[in-house]
Write a protein that binds this ligand. Structure first.
Ligand code: SAM
Length: 259
């Protein structure tokens, strides 16, 4: 029994020869089927079909998204943990029924804001606990893909950090706390609504639906480009029916931090 976690970047054009080769050696792809996520399932289906591999779509268990019960970081963590546990059960059933080598096609790279590695880790633990030592363990490996921050940087032709300085990768949910803690160069994912109040003089490099036909890019001083970002976001959503965006946000350069 083997599971391969394959990063597929932002679409078929980013599937590396290494990932393509691994995918062709798999018996099937397991893909979550979300009511609001058909675009991503369709992208996975296209990649699997291009390499002659069947997709087993598994209805994704519902996640608690009620703001009143997931407001704190701890509550959010519990909601995500419960969701992962339900996913583990759903995928374990497919693996038991089908056996062989299964692939998970991860959007972007598996190392960034993606639960597949954690879910498969739990699957492997559950597998070992439930099967006799005489059985083979569930083995898994991970192959990388191009992530949204990498594509954002390439499209804007920028380096994500100043010379020799760090970049802080975070979520919109944590943005204010991270800025309050002193972060001045942040790559923001899982964006939700864009609220850049009070950051007028910061610089932003923003991108939506990167790597797709509905890609949108905007960059500049926050106060100057906020409205343009709102318009571009709406355009991307109209064109594709969904929108995912990512941005780099950088505080005004001080003498010490330039260039
Ligand atoms: C669940 S995370 C997955 C990230 C992915 N594993 C990666 O390596 O980029 C989804 C977030 O990634 C970013 N993202 C993913 N695809 C994107 C795209 N095509 N264009 C812009 N941002 C994208 C958005 O911030 C989105 O909310």
């Amino acid at each position: 029994m083997r599971v391969r976690i394959l990063g597929v970047g932002m679409g078929p054009q980013h599937v590396t020869p290494e990932v393509a080769d691994a995918l062709r050696g798999c018996d099937y792809v397991i893909a979550a089927q979300k009511a609001d996520d058909d675009g991503l399932l369709a992208a996975r289906r296209a990649i699997a079909a291009a390499h002659g591999v069947e997709v087993v779509a598994v209805p994704d268990p519902a996640r608690d998204r009620d703001p009143s019960s997931t407001a704190t970081t701890a509550e959010y963590g519990v909601a995500v943990r419960d969701w992962h546990a339900a996913r583990v059960d759903a995928y374990a059933q497919v693996l038991r029924e089908r056996g062989g080598t299964a692939a998970f096609l991860v959007w972007g790279d598996p190392s960034l804001y993606d639960s597949t590695i954690r879910v498969v880790e739990s699957l492997a633990e559950q597998w070992t606990a439930q099967h006799q030592p005489a059985h083979l363990p569930l083995e898994y490996d991970v192959l990388p893909g191009i992530s949204a921050p990498q594509l954002l940087a390439a499209r804007h032709r920028i380096v994500l950090h100043r010379v020799g300085q760090p970049v802080h990768i975070t979520t919109a949910r944590r943005l204010r706390d991270d800025i309050d803690a002193g972060q001045r160069n942040l790559c923001v994912m899982l964006t939700g609504t864009l609220d850049l109040t009070g950051l007028d003089d910061w610089s932003i490099w923003w991108g939506a639906n990167l790597g797709t036909d509905s890609e949108e890019l905007v960059s500049g001083r926050v106060a100057d480009v906020s409205a343009a970002i709102g318009d571009a976001r709406a355009r991307a959503k109209d064109a594709a029916g969904w929108v995912m965006d990512v941005y780099l946000l950088r505080g005004p350069a001080t003498h010490a931090s330039a260039p």
